[in-house]
Design a protein around this ligand. Structure first.
Ligand code: PMP
Length: 445
């Protein structure tokens, strides 16, 4: 019997080979994955062979329409020719100099031109790392110790900031005065002493705490994108900035997800509020490990003049810089207009298909990143609103999607890229309609 190879673009989409490989690789890689955020994915963490445009090709021979997009970086889709070509050219002239380069200066200039608050920048290699640079600058500039962070906001996995990113409500204390809940076993308990956790989108709570006069900095996702996609209430960001100014605290926007995704200049451009400092990663280099801290010149220059240490062997590495220049150069107003129009069609189409299947859901956020929550129809204001959603039912929905060749994050976020064209969106919406009808009868009432 001759076995015809599958073309991989139609059912059955099954994932046995990925499961086998993850199990086998667990001999070398802890849990078979290199990040805890890739664990526990049903039916199995997937193993991929290739990415192209809106598609990923996996070890089982499936071609999947991908909305993970590397957890956000692939704003131009997988392996876009412009980024590949720029990286190939750079490889021929050098990788890492332990010094400065013209390509680094070009990348810096582009960030400063695109991002409203960016009078100066420094490059790093991950979001986690540049968050630390921002917190250190805030403490150095104010001579104070404490940092305010918000429940449900994620700023990397390190001990001093990984508090209350996704706390269980029975451990999280009262809504108005949340308790700092550790994100990890083994986390240094004393690190909580440098942190104040507040509810987000609650200006009086922020103003009241800032009034103590002991806060070095306030860090927030300007639109909350990790535990849902929630746009701040009218006047919240403006009020937060004014209160920080009034009480001598530094406002830091964590734009690792929103940067170069919700607008060329990030959430600060789209929502019209300029923080003192902002951090970027993900979409800045379409998948290469590049991050940046940007902001007021007087603050950033403290790295050079006031003994504030910022280091990193790979900061400004030429391959990443070439990818940054190619990516940011591609993010034209025309590209964003198309992305917005297609992303809105996808977002609104998903909302319609779910409603047609009788599923109660909220679909919120931007065309470039939005969030689908089951069992919850009102607009959410903060983490505690969304934690009540039907996460089990949504997970069943993403599995039903995956078995139809669409890969969407189990937590509810959808990332868009400029490579997802109208045909891909039509195919996605057909899968959504089908999957919605399959899971609707089993959802929480
Ligand atoms: N901040 C935010 C808002 C993020 O979403 C993330 C990663 N998901 C980080 C910081 C940490 O970035 P990285 O994973 O590159 O260290």
């Amino acid at each position: 019997m001759s076995e015809k190879p599958r073309d991989g673009t139609a059912p059955p989409f099954t994932f046995e080979r990925s499961a086998e490989l993850v199990a086998a690789n667990s001999c070398w890689i802890a849990g078979g994955v290199s990040s805890n955020f890739r664990l526990g994915i049903a039916p199995t963490p997937l193993v991929f062979e290739r990415g192209e445009g809106p598609y990923l090709f996996d070890a089982d021979g499936n071609r999947l329409i991908d909305y993970y997009l590397g957890m956000g970086p692939m704003i131009l889709g997988h392996s876009p020719a412009s980024v590949r070509d720029a990286v190939h050219r750079q490889l021929d002239s050098g990788i890492l100099f332990g010094g400065q380069s013209e390509i680094e200066a070009q990348a810096a200039r582009l960030v400063c031109e695109m991002v409203p608050c960016a009078e100066r920048i420094r490059f790093g290699s991950s979001g986690t790392e540049v968050v630390q640079a921002a917190l250190r600058l805030a403490r150095a500039a104010t001579g104070r110790r404490l940092i305010i962070k918000f429940e449900g906001h994620y700023h990397g996995w390190l001990d001093n900031i990984s508090w209350s990113t996704a706390p269980a409500l029975n451990q999280a204390g009262p809504a108005s005065e949340p308790v700092a809940v550790a994100g990890s076993a083994g986390q240094e308990a004393e690190a909580a002493e440098g942190i104040v956790v507040l509810p987000w989108n609650d200006l009086p709570a922020l103003e009241a705490r800032l009034a103590h006069g002991d806060i070095a900095g306030v860090i927030m996702e300007p639109a909350m994108c990790n535990a849902g996609v929630i746009v701040p209430g009218e006047g919240y960001l403006e009020g937060a900035l004014a209160a920080c100014r009034h009480h001598g605290s530094i406002l830091v926007f964590d734009e690792v997800i929103t940067g170069f995704r919700v607008a060329p200049g990030g959430a600060q451009e789209r929502l019209g509020v300029r923080p003192d400092l902002a951090v970027f990663g993900k979409a800045i280099a379409n998948g290469f490990p590049v991050a940046a801290i940007a902001g007021r010149a007087d603050l950033l220059d403290m790295f050079a003049t006031h003994g504030v240490l910022h280091g990193g062997t790979y900061n400004g590495q030429c391959i990443g810089m070439a990818a940054t220049v190619a990516t940011l150069s591609a993010l034209t107003p025309e590209l964003f207009a198309t992305l917005e129009q297609r992303g809105a069609r996808l977002r609104d189409g998903i909302a319609d298909r779910l409603a047609e299947a009788g599923i109660v859901a909220s679909v919120t956020g931007f065309p470039g990143i939005f969030f689908v929550a089951f069992g919850y129809a009102e607009p959410a204001k903060d983490y505690r609103d969304l934690v009540r959603r039907d996460q089990v039912g949504y997970r069943a929905f993403t599995q039903a999607l995956l078995s139809r060749g669409v890969r969407a994050l189990e937590r509810g976020a959808w990332f868009m890229s400029s490579a997802h064209d109208d045909d891909v969106i039509d195919a996605t919406l057909a899968a959504v309609a089908d999957a919605a009808h399959e899971v609707a009868p089993q959802l929480r009432r």
